[in-house]
Design a protein. Structure first.
Length: 416
């Protein structure tokens, strides 16, 4: 009976309830934008937070690091033990990998990277289409995410790449089919990409990334190392680009200095730059706290507006239905049951506002504002939006008790 009564009163006063839905939708939409703005600032720090908080070094190479062999030539470092020998006492190296894979189109040769599971599962770059790579994929061929310089490649396409490998002193090629599952968005920050743009925000987590540009960079192709190893025994992997070298927490300053020397010992065109992760992490947190602090006044004002709008809309709704509640009371209902009817109405209004918020966001993404405003779907956003709705529901429950509970039926009929 309470549900039917709530529906009936909603229909009878639909203009005011529609205004309440729109008001709450605006509050939810603005809240989503604010929370997403904060999440965006943490988007590249959080995935590797544990690494940034570790003892270690972040090393940026201007070009691919190589090791010198006995014949005096420089070659890519393919063995983990070999790379570790340049960094005594290191426990782990986080890095992208170069591969022996080549692929050429009208746009030129692609730069081919592979990620280990440690980076692949931690960070997902922005994609214009499709999905990110998964080491657990059961596809019958390796999957790949590519940039779209020519516009001819589409998600779902199967393309043929070549694997260069050495056999009996000769370099050979072998064709391999791979499936395109995602398209990298122009301007997307890519982890561990050679040539990190240190000038953007110096000495912070930004150093581990470089924003990929289709107009400047060569075409890019990203694989999962796990998938490539599962589908081809001839695939090669060598350390490439910016890396984080992690040590035990007890590592001394001398050990880190030795690691920095090891980084310089690797051959490359141009000298590498090494930063202590302790400094990177400290500066990163200061940068993030400063960003959040700048947004805090807007968030506080938004919460105040949400509370005020919820109180005013609920109060106006109750006052506009004073006669209805009086009739309900005279027919056997108590004031608390009247408040329950109001709560049921508020639940419907809140649900409608959530749906309208989702629709509004989809529409917004297809407008000119879609390129500058991103919605980050995560637990903080879900919790904040749920909190806004709960605030509205609590106020809706309290207002009838405050307005109606202190009046008799006769007083209400006289006032109405």
């Amino acid at each position: 009976m309470i549900f039917k009564t709530a529906c009936r009163t909603l229909r009878s006063g639909w203009p005011m309830h529609l205004a309440t839905v729109l008001q709450l939708t605006a509050a939810l939409l603005l809240t989503a934008v604010m929370v997403s703005s904060i999440s965006l600032r943490f988007e590249r720090y959080t995935p590797f937070r544990e690494a940034f908080e570790s003892k270690g070094l972040l090393i940026a190479y201007p070009t691919q690091p190589n090791a010198e062999r006995e014949d005096g030539m420089l070659y890519p470092v393919t063995a983990e033990e070999k790379m570790m020998s340049y960094f005594p006492q290191a426990q782990q190296i986080l890095s992208s990998y170069g591969t022996g894979i080549t692929y050429e189109t009208n746009g030129g040769f692609y730069k081919v990277l592979a990620y280990g599971d440690d980076i692949l599962n931690a960070y997902t770059p922005m994609l214009s289409e499709g999905r990110w790579l998964s080491p657990q994929s059961t596809s019958d061929m390796p999957e790949v995410v590519v940039s779209n310089h020519t516009g001819n490649t589409q998600v779902g396409d199967v393309i043929t790449v070549q694997i260069d490998y050495e056999q009996d002193g000769q370099w050979l090629k072998e064709d391999m089919q791979v499936k395109v599952v995602g398209m990298l968005e122009d301007g997307a920050p890519v982890a561990g990409l050679t040539g990190t743009n240190a000038g953007a925000t110096a000495d912070t987590f930004h150093l581990f990334y470089r924003s990929y540009s289709e107009s400047i960079d060569q075409p890019l192709m990203i694989f999962s190392r796990t998938q490539l190893e599962a589908h081809s025994e001839k695939a090669q992997f060598f350390y490439s680009g910016t890396m984080m070298v992690l040590y035990e927490d007890t590592a001394t300053e001398d050990v880190l200095k030795e690691g920095a020397k090891g980084a310089s010992a690797l051959g490359a065109v141009g000298k590498p730059t090494a930063w202590k992760l302790e400094i990177i992490d400290e500066n990163s947190k200061l940068y993030l706290y400063h960003q959040v602090f700048n947004l805090l006044p807007i968030i506080v004002v938004l919460l105040i507006l949400t509370a005020v709008s919820s109180i005013s809309s609920s109060a106006l709704g109750v006052r506009s239905r004073l006669r209805d509640y009086t009739v309900f009371y005279l027919t056997g209902l108590r004031w608390k049951q009247c408040a329950l009817i109001n709560l049921t109405q508020s639940l419907m209004i809140g649900g409608a506002a959530v749906i309208c918020t989702g629709v509004a966001w989809i529409i917004l993404q297809n407008t000119a504002l879609g390129d500058s405003i991103r919605l980050i779907l995560n637990l903080p956003l879900a919790g904040t939006l749920a909190g806004v709705v709960m605030l509205y529901l609590c106020i809706s429950m309290l207002m009838p008790l405050l307005i109606i509970g202190k009046n008799t039926p006769k007083e209400i009929l006289t006032q109405a």
